[in-house]
Structure formats: structure tokens, C-alpha cells
Write a protein that binds this ligand. Sequence first.
Ligand code: ADP
Ligand code: MG
Length: 236
Amino acid sequence: MSEHLAARAVSKSYWKGKNEVPVLRGVDLEVEHGELVAIAGASGSGKSTLLHILGLLDGADGGQVFLDGNRIDDATERARDRHRNRSFGFIFQFYHLLPELTALENVLMPLLIRHGAWSYLSRRRALERQAAELLERVGLSRRMTHRPSELSGGEMQRAAIARALAGQPEVLLADEPTGNLDAKSGDGVLALLRDLNRERGLTMILVTHDMRIAQQSDRVVNLSEGRIEEWSAAMA
Ligand code: ADP
Ligand code: MG
């Protein structure tokens, strides 16, 4: 296996008035192609901050982010946009689906953004089929025309997973994907993510303080005091 995504000496502070609050103090992390890594750590330890920096949703104060050996965090605005739209897929604890759109339309949205309105319209049939297949894959074939308010939490997260996959990302970044779900739907979502990781060889980083995720992952690391500690899944 080869290194896919890496953080080197990543640091980040927030400021409360004149007080610097260091969150990440030199994070080193390497994730292999097709690996499923869980980042554990207490609430407030900086897990979301780190995930956002890895996926270029936020900038670090120091350090670097590499994708396939190329530094990406200092790329041009345009190149970083491209990475956000194509290299990375994101899943959030509260799904972030657009409430006025159906599940199918939510999954189509990244394709519309990617292709632009004209190109999208000319390929609409094919793209709709692609989105429908993704919703089938996540178990929502009978929920395609439902709006988020008509879906359960687990179904909303499945729709969000289908949307994240629509852009055919290389790396899926998930921030507490089961954090708002009951145990049963959470287990279903985890099993789905694990299956997608295996069947597509998709690299995944899951942030969590849910120890059940640890059992589904290849490797668990712990974020503590602003640094990463390796932690074997066997110990979890
Ligand atoms: P986690 O995801 O592990 O719960 P976060 O990355 O969300 O942790 O936050 C880490 C720390 O940084 C927390 O103390 C939080 O209050 C602080 N923090 C996060 N985002 C901001 C922000 N935009 N402004 C100021 N402080 C922030
Ligand atoms: Mg968080």
C-alpha cells in the first residue's frame, strides 16, 4: 500500500480575544490508499478542526497536507476548490442536506455544481441514473423523492453518503457520522461505510468518539493534547 493522504506537523490555534488557544500542536498522520482510519479523541480535542484541514475546508497555521505525495494545502484557490469537489467527499454529523430538495436532488447537487447548468442539462438523464444508483446502493431506492424532513436520521445520513459518493471522491472524510443516530441506525451506517470502503477501495477517515467505529476500522488514532497517538484497534 502507498501513502494517500498525509498531514505533517499541522498546527492550528484559535484566538479568544488576546489569548491563543492551541488546538493542533504538530499533527502527523499518514493514511494509506484504501485504508479506513478512525480518529478518536475527547470532545473539543480538535478532531473536526483536523478533518477540515485535511479536506481543505479550513487552513492550518503551520504544517502541510499531502495527497498522493503532492502538497495540496498551499495550492491555488482554484486547485483547492477542485480538490474539495473531486478529491474529497464529506459527511457530517447533522447530514447538511438541503431541506427543500428531495433525496435524489440532494445527490444530484454536486453533479450540477461540477458540470455547470448547461452541461448538466444535456446529460441530465445519465446523471439522474447515476444518482438513483447511488441511492439504491445505500438502501434508499424507495425514498428518492422524499425530502429530508420525511426521512429518519439513518436515512438522511445514507442520503448524505450517496451525495458524498456522487463526486466519485478518492477520500471520504466523515465527521461523527453516527453521532446523531440511535445504536441500530448508527451500526447500519457504519456497516455501509465499511462495505463501501472495501468494495470501492475508497480511503476513509472517520472522526468519532464512538468506540464502535473503532471496531470497524483498520486503525485507530487518538487525538490528544493537539497531537496524534497511534492506537491499535485491538486495544480499543
Ligand atoms: P472536536 O471536533 O474534537 O470536538 P473541534 O475541532 O471542533 O473539536 O474544536 C477544538 C477546539 O477548538 C475546541 O476547544 C473549540 O471550542 C475550538 N474551536 C473550534 N472551532 C473554533 C472557532 N471557529 N473559533 C474558536 N474556537 C474554535
Ligand atoms: Mg467535532
